[in-house]
Design a protein around this ligand. Structure first.
Ligand SMILES: Cc1cc2nc3c(=O)[nH]c(=O)nc-3n(C[C@H](O)[C@H](O)[C@H](O)COP(=O)(O)OP(=O)(O)OC[C@H]3O[C@@H](n4cnc5c(N)ncnc54)[C@H](O)[C@@H]3O)c2cc1C
Ligand code: FES
Length: 348
């Protein structure tokens, strides 16, 4: 864990707050544009972790910073909004996440960044890095909010667009707009934006999406339909979709109530555990005081990715692993349940 001082708190529109963070002792490890930090809070014996994407860029001379939306009844977001002050210390894990952008200074390509609301945070980091490091590439930010005055970073983004008029285009989408075609992102709008702004080869274009799952699905399916490859399209999920149950699925799923024996290989030790049907592998590991890596505990952040080397694991939810990775035995501990005895898992 790293101790970070909150050096500045900057209110943002629409119940968002930016926190600038300063490493207390030594250096905080380097991060990549698009990654997130995990904050850890202790309430007695109970530890609560939450992830926040950096909106700062590692390639711009600025403090580490994150922006937090206040969530109704949200435990940590409300604490950060109402109980934390400049000068306070927070505990954090090293930067993590696979939603990264690696600039290639000699590339000429287009980066399309699709952000909805607070989904701007990792994309703002990527935008700055791309402008500063990939000098011949074009960046198109498509940014959806309720209204202009409820848009985080609006003025800063306008300044970047003034500074880089030939390289940065921002498509502002406001759901309170009178022009209904432009009030929400839709398939035709995505087609038009990509057609109008793509420079360089289509196969070199990159697409980053961050917003509600349904929003990112719209982007993904439209782009796949246009002929872009799945590998060109990345997504970051902050939240589980609200109605996760599949309404179309009328079949009653049979619940396997067996407990399975597994072996967990972690940091040079092997742990033999019994995982009951109603607990994830992560929960059982934490119950045994094994300091396994985790953050979101819901299949969204990638912190707990591990390798199943024997047996089989079923995941309740997975937003981060590709089909090929799953075929190759990659699993998430936080939503994973063994479905065979003697399953063995290597934790990275
Ligand atoms: C990889 C990653 C990056 C993230 N980056 C950011 C970021 O940059 N900025 C940011 O603000 N958050 C970000 N999040 C979300 C963040 O980690 C927390 O989930 C969020 O702050 C809510 O935590 P909480 O403790 O306040 O709410 P909880 O106590 O966990 O949730 C309380 C209730 O509110 C619901 N809820 C949670 N979030 C929302 C929401 N946004 N809207 C509506 N209902 C909600 C929950 O389903 C639950 O029912 C990120 C999450 C991940 C996994
Ligand atoms: S802890 Fe986030 S994916 Fe498992």
């Amino acid at each position: 864990m790293y101790a970070l001082r909150i050096s500045k708190i900057i209110p943002q529109p629409n119940n968002n707050i930016t926190f600038q963070l300063e490493p207390l002792a030594g250096n905080y490890p380097p991060y990549k544009a698009g990654q997130f930090i995990t904050l850890s809070f202790l309430f007695g014996d109970r530890e609560v972790r939450r992830s926040y994407s950096f909106n700062s860029s590692p390639d711009y001379d600025e403090p580490l910073s994150i922006t937090v939306k206040r969530v109704e009844n949200g435990e940590i977001s409300r604490l950060l909004h109402h109980q934390v002050a400049e000068g306070d210390i927070v505990q954090a894990m090293e930067p993590q996440g696979l939603f990264t952008y690696e600039p290639e200074p000699h590339q000429v390509r287009t980066l399309f960044l699709f952000a909805a609301g607070i989904g701007i945070t990792p994309l703002y980091s990527i935008l700055k890095t791309a402008l500063l490091v990939e000098n011949s590439s074009k960046i198109v930010l498509v940014y959806s909010n309720r209204a202009a005055e409820q848009t985080p970073f609006r003025e800063e983004l306008e300044q970047w667009a003034i500074q880089y008029p030939d390289r940065l285009t921002i498509v502002w989408i406001y759901s309170n707009s009178k022009y209904l075609m432009k009030a929400r992102l839709n398939r035709d709008y995505i087609l038009a934006i990509v057609k109008d702004h793509l420079v360089g080869a289509a196969e070199d274009a990159l697409f980053y999406t961050c917003g509600p799952v349904i929003y990112m699905d719209l982007c993904r399916f439209t782009l796949l339909g246009m002929g872009f490859e799945s590998s060109q399209i990345k997504r970051e999920t902050f939240l589980l979709p609200e109605n996760e149950e599949d309404d179309d699925d009328e079949t009653e799923r049979e619940v396997d109530m067996t407990s399975y024996q597994i072996k967990l290989h972690f940091q040079g030790k092997t742990y033999e555990l019994e995982v009951p049907y109603n607990k994830s592998i992560l929960d059982v590991g934490l119950d045994h005081k094994i300091k396994l890596p985790y953050s979101c505990k819901s299949g969204m952040c990638s912190t707990c990715i591990s390798q199943c080397v024997k047996g089989k694991v079923r995941m309740d939810y997975n937003e981060v692993l590709t089909d090929r990775e799953v075929e190759n035995g990659r699993v998430l501990l936080c939503t994973g349940h063994p479905i065979e005895n003697d399953t063995e898992i290597e934790v990275f």
